[in-house]
Design a protein around this ligand. Structure first.
Ligand code: PLP
Length: 397
């Protein structure tokens, strides 16, 4: 006989929900833990004999679905398997990867122009823990081989291509092969490209990371990241374990927002690309512009390499105004249509003047060494009608 429960108890307990009709969109599982049908099921799941969810930090059905989609996109058409794990940010994806496969006493080999947060992470967090980062010019493959040959403690070669702010590219295939030859992992931050434009796993790398905050979400409304690894066992084992213990897991709401963004990824990337190409050509012919850095221009020094590893050239570009710092600041003050925001990959066009914004606290010599000159403007070209973007740029220049 079923006893009626009291009002206060009814308030506390959930009413069994309707599972007869399937949700069209993936539901957001806003739950920190998962119920077991029985103690036997609980034991089976806890010991890994049965698959299922336990606790939200270990995994969540919403996140499972999104990370699966992201890894499928990353290996699309390659005929290989890969496993993805979403994390709380792009930085969480990078740090979880390093914590999983690089130990104290081992080193990372990287380049000077990676994302600022990543070089700070390497320098300020991992260096004091005994994981040193050796910076070299990764375009110089002979130098890379020399470093790898002379230092067997290098455990990972980590790079971005194209990289901020000059869209300099490095050869994914050559670097992955060199890393492999000397027993190191290779990892690429593919945030600028998304798998629509570039699939590093095709060229032999072990790991791909994304700040999904950028193009994969595309709408600027969530912070999250994903790590995709070719070694499925390593991802399901050591990397998952690091994620759950370090607590770098994603949350279902942000994962859901990324999922929403991926639905229009192909359409958005096409438009980002077409707009950026038109804007790059407009800027290249402008008398007040010194230089344009866009991989889709034949004047870019890595145009051919970009063509080899990218399907198209994406929405990121930078250009140098004649007139240095004053020209840069004046340009930023006159921008009306484009948005001044320190992010990238959103549907609207974003402008950044590194010398007065993101890099204002960095000593000028260091800034210049990485190609960030006083008059340099970075554009994350959006998907608006290109005439409106060009009108705004023309007016501000
Ligand atoms: C933004 C960004 C990151 C960091 O991602 P978060 O989601 O902000 O943690 C890493 N790499 C690149 C290339 C980025 O643009």
């Amino acid at each position: 006989m079923k006893k009626d429960i009291k009002f206060g108890s009814l308030c506390v307990h959930d009413v069994p929900h309707n599972e007869t009709t399937k949700s069209h969109q993936i539901p957001i599982y806003a739950t920190s833990s998962f119920e077991f049908e029985s103690i036997d099921q609980g034991m089976a799941i806890f010991t890994g004999k049965e698959s299922g969810h336990v606790y939200g930090r270990y995994g969540n059905p919403t996140i499972d679905s999104v990370q699966k989609k992201l890894s499928q996109l990353e290996v699309y058409g390659l005929g290989i398997e890969a496993e993805g794990l979403m994390m709380s940010s792009g930085m969480a994806a990078i740090s979880t990867m390093i914590m999983s496969v690089v130990k104290s006493g081992e080193k990372i080999l990287s380049q000077g122009n990676i994302y600022g947060g990543t070089s700070e992470l390497f320098l300020k967090t991992f260096q004091p823990l005994g994981i040193e980062t050796v910076m070299t010019n990764l375009k110089d493959l002979d130098a890379v081989e020399q470093v790898l040959k002379s230092d067997p403690s290098i455990r990972m070669v980590y790079f971005e291509t194209p990289a901020n702010p000059t869209m300099a590219c490095v050869d994914i295939q050559e670097l992955a092969a060199l890393a492999k030859k000397y027993g190191a992992y290779s990892a690429v931050d593919n945030t600028f490209c998304t798998p629509y434009l570039q699939q590093p796993l095709k060229f032999g790398v072990d790991f791909v990371v994304h700040s999904t905050t950028k193009y994969l979400n595309g709408h600027g409304n969530s912070i999250a990241g994903v790590l995709i690894g070719r070694d499925v066992e390593l991802m399901r084992g050591k990397v998952w374990q690091t994620m759950k213990l370090a607590g770098t897991n994603c949350n279902p709401w942000d994962a859901w927002l990324v999922n929403n963004g991926t639905k229009t990824l192909a359409l958005r990337m096409e438009k980002h690309n077409a707009n950026a190409q038109a804007i790059a050509e407009f800027l290249e012919n402008h008398p007040k512009v010194e230089r344009v850095n866009y991989n889709g221009l034949s004047s870019h020094e890595d145009h051919n390499l970009a063509k080899k590893q990218m399907k198209k050239f994406g929405g990121m570009l930078s250009f140098e105004l004649k007139g240095g710092l004053d020209a840069g600041i004046s340009f930023m003050n006159k921008i009306r249509f484009c948005t001044l925001a320190p992010t990238l990959g959103d549907v609207d066009t974003l402008v950044l003047h590194p010398a007065s914004m993101s890099h204002i606290n960095i000593p000028k010599e260091i800034r210049l060494r990485n190609g960030i000159t006083d008059g340099l403007i970075r554009l994350s070209v959006g998907i608006e009608e290109v005439e409106d973007i060009i009108f705004d740029l023309e007016n501000a220049i």
